[in-house]
Design a protein around this ligand. Structure first.
Ligand code: BTN
Length: 333
């Protein structure tokens, strides 16, 4: 959205204090009356604007609603979300980003929707994405990584979500391998990473993030209530979707940049700090056998590392893990 409105918000945002009407009109190449009209429109949208004679304009606060403007106002990133598109309804933000990627849109493009009618989960599951209740967002990345390293991005994203949630509340999320976010043993968020790659080169990655934010208990289907929840239910507080998205994007950019310069080690450590059942014993079964092992951490290729009682370590990619909560177990792939 390269509209005058967007540029206006960016200019106001980049300024510490006031910016004069004359300055704005020059930089946007529109008349001062047009500047004034845009300000009135912003106010109608819920922006609080201060206009001071001989000083100019300043945004005091943005409305607490999700739009391209409000998401970009105050977004403190260098490359992530500078190209950001918000939709009221889409099939799936994954689909939209795949299309944008094919059109050549840049690294860091973000698509957010209030509602998805065909939200996609892992392993061809559906992902319930009711209107205005959660964060349904996909990020386009064009990383200089080898295809086998792509799972690291999913692990990285999970640590980012866990950190942002932990910072904003007193709840302690946990990451269930490979990438479910749990609070009090219930899933509140999932990540879906899809990749377009050649043998030795990633063309692009679409990293989809779904977070159940403000669903109340009754919004969650009864048959899922024993294993799914929302931030609101678990923290007993209402969450600002707009603010949470901004925090995620900011934290994601920082973590991603650090990962690109320093490698996977910091992500691995962070993931293991939040890791569900890490250090604990679980039952693992494959087609061939079933055994007890201690989960010890994750490997650079995204595998879960388990150590049996004899000290033998095994990397798990696809196994059934009996997580031990309510007898609930999930087949992991
Ligand atoms: C999972 O745990 O199964 C992954 C869920 C991923 C859901 C998100 S919501 C935004 C993006 N668009 C989709 O259709 N899916 C992902």
């Amino acid at each position: 959205m390269e509209s005058t409105r967007k540029q206006l918000i960016e200019l106001l945002d980049s300024q510490q204090g006031y910016i004069s009407g004359q300055d704005l009109s020059k930089r946007l190449n529109i008349s001062r009356t047009a500047v004034w009209k845009h300000m009135k429109e912003l106010e109608k949208d819920g922006y609080e604007i201060e206009a001071v004679q001989r000083k100019g304009y300043r945004i005091v606060s943005s409305p607490n609603k999700v739009s391209e403007n409000t998401l970009q106002w105050g977004l403190n990133t260098d490359w992530l979300g500078h190209n950001l598109q918000h939709f009221k309804e889409v099939t799936s933000t994954q689909e939209v980003v795949h299309q944008l990627a094919k059109q050549g849109k840049p690294h860091g493009t973000v698509v957010i929707a209030d509602k998805q009618v065909q939200g996609k989960g892992r392993m061809s599951r559906n992902w319930d994405s009711p209107k205005g209740k959660g964060i349904w967002m996909s990020i386009l990345l064009r990383p200089e990584l080898l295809p086998y390293q792509a799972p690291q991005l999913t692990l990285l994203a999970a640590t980012v979500l866990a950190e942002v949630i932990a910072e904003q509340s007193s709840i302690m999320p946990q990451i269930k391998w490979p990438n479910d976010l749990l609070i009090n043993h219930k899933k509140v968020s999932g990540i879906l990473t899809e990749m377009q790659a050649e043998q030795d080169q990633i063309q692009y990655v679409v990293l989809g993030i779904g977070i159940n934010v403000n669903q109340t208990e009754s919004d969650i289907p009864e048959e899922l209530q024993h294993k799914a929840s929302s931030l609101q239910v678990e923290s007993q507080q209402h969450w600002s979707i707009q603010d949470t998205i901004q925090r995620i994007l900011q934290q994601f950019e920082r973590t991603y940049d650090q990962f690109m310069t320093d490698g996977f080690k910091a992500v691995k450590l962070k993931w293991e700090q939040f890791g569900y059942r890490i250090g604990e014993e679980v039952t693992i079964s494959t087609m061939k056998k079933s055994w007890q092992a201690r989960l010890v951490g994750i490997e650079p290729d995204g595998a879960l590392l388990a150590r049996d009682e004899k000290g033998k370590e095994e990397k798990l990619y696809s196994a059934e893990i009996h997580w031990g909560e309510d007898g609930y177990h999930a087949k992991q792939k």
